[in-house]
Design a protein. Structure first.
Length: 131
């Protein structure tokens, strides 16, 4: 059987996915998102759920008109270092209250929502793992 060697970034995302609570709400860039889907229902491609247009979220859009008010806020945002964020995306990200930023040595920025119920335990674990 042919095997492809995993790069450190893939190993990091897979390990991160194993450690995250199953009911956490994640927003991730398009290259990272596929590694964070397994076993989860609320994983959004950045810049959702920050945007006001949430089409494509099953069950939330049926019969809706106008901005959606029941879309959960992201607990964690995962952005790879090479992702070029537009000014609009930067302003969306800064719309949350003082996100805690953790720079992973393998090329990711992790943004933690301080109002998330997972904030304290997740921040402690991530900082401990990255030492």
């Amino acid at each position: 059987i042919w095997q492809m060697k995993k790069v450190p970034q893939v190993r990091f995302l897979e390990e991160l996915n194993r450690k995250l609570p199953r009911d956490i709400v994640i927003s991730a860039d398009w290259m990272s998102i596929s590694y964070l889907l397994a076993g989860r229902e609320k994983v959004y491609m950045f810049s959702n759920p920050f945007e006001g247009c949430y089409f494509g979220i099953y069950g939330l859009c049926d019969g809706s008109t106008g901005p959606m008010t029941n879309v959960p806020k992201a607990d964690l945002v995962v952005i790879r270092s090479g992702y070029q964020m537009s000014k609009h995306e930067q302003s969306l990200l800064s719309s949350y209250d003082q996100l805690d930023t953790i720079h992973a040595p393998v090329g990711f920025d992790l943004y933690l929502n301080p109002k998330s119920p997972f904030h304290d335990s997740l921040k402690a674990e991530l900082i401990s793992d990255l030492r």
